[in-house]
Design a protein around this ligand. Structure first.
Ligand SMILES: Cc1ncc(C[n+]2csc(CCOP(=O)(O)OP(=O)(O)O)c2C)c(N)n1
Length: 267
């Protein structure tokens, strides 16, 4: 097989700016689909709004392009309607953690069996580089010209605390690990969250004078450390599989409720 069974070649090159990490991430997802030999009609890619929200354009699978911050809400409906589907919600950090933050934590708490993938470029790329909940204290953005007076969410820690059954963080620099975590997340059968650190040279990089896209990828690589070597209090972020646990998946638990209640009318 080939990743071009999953990627719509006719749409390439992507509309994203040069140096953006989004293209690397969708290639990794197509690689994961390919290595798992998933059929196109078994997969539903659900997106919200934002630069990364355009990802569904490039997939040959089923796709649902929804509202800003609501990818997980729609993915919940798709998964409950047909639990056999592989449902993947693709979100930027604004989509996932700002307007969509409540949906994210509650889907994790319910252990809904989807893969939620957050492309974390630490800002709202599409709308002009406003700060997001993953921008760092002191960051400059179009809405924090003098430095951000807020701390950021550690998204992976947040989702882990909310109850997800699989959480992994990596970067676009660590491509093979990214594909590995996406495959594991898809196969997990519970709420799986993969956070990918990536550059937005056009907005975040420009406002914070971080140099070229290549410079930014190297900075992102240097900001992280494998979780096996990470110590609390470190100024680096842990990457790797941060949490893996087995719990009953939401659709299965919901089926039990339906059975106990006597089934659907007319069953
Ligand atoms: C309800 C609603 N509020 C705000 C917007 C404007 N808006 C569109 S995309 C976006 C943020 C995108 O940032 P992110 O999700 O981080 O994705 P990126 O563009 O960085 O890939 C915002 C605020 C919208 N489309 N709908």
């Amino acid at each position: 097989m080939s990743i071009f069974n999953y990627i719509n070649e006719a749409k390439l090159p992507t509309f994203w700016c040069s140096g953006c990490g989004h293209g690397v991430i969708i290639k990794a997802l197509a690689d994961a689909f390919d290595q798992l030999e998933l059929a196109l009609n078994e997969i539903v890619v659900v997106t919200g709004i934002g630069c990364f929200g355009r990802s569904d354009d490039y997939f040959m699978t089923n796709a649902l392009h929804t509202l800003h911050g609501r990818a997980i809400a729609y993915a919940t409906g798709v998964k409950l309607a047909n639990p056999e589907l592989t449902v993947v919600a693709l979100m930027g950090d604004g989509d996932a953690a700002s307007i969509g933050g409540n949906h994210l934590i509650h889907a994790a708490r319910r252990n809904l069996g989807i893969l939620a993938l957050c492309a974390n470029n630490r800002n709202y790329g599409m709308t002009g580089g406003q700060y997001s909940p993953t921008s760092q204290f002191g960051d400059r953005s179009s809405t924090s010209r003098y430095g951000l007076p807020e701390s950021s969410f550690d998204l992976s820690a947040l989702v882990q605390a909310a109850g997800a059954s699989f959480v992994a963080r990596t970067t676009v620099f660590h491509y093979k690990n990214l594909v590995k975590y996406l495959k594991k997340g898809i196969n997990k059968g519970g709420f799986a969250f993969v956070e990918v650190m990536e550059p937005c040279p056009t907005m975040y990089g420009k406002f914070n004078q971080l140099g070229s896209a290549g410079d930014m990828v190297q900075q992102i690589r240097d900001e992280v450390v494998p979780v096996s070597r990470w110590k609390p209090g470190s100024d680096k972020s842990p990457i790797g599989i941060l949490c893996e646990r087995d719990m009953q998946e939401y659709c299965r638990a919901y089926d039990d409720v339906i059975r106990k209640a006597g089934g659907f009318d007319g069953d």
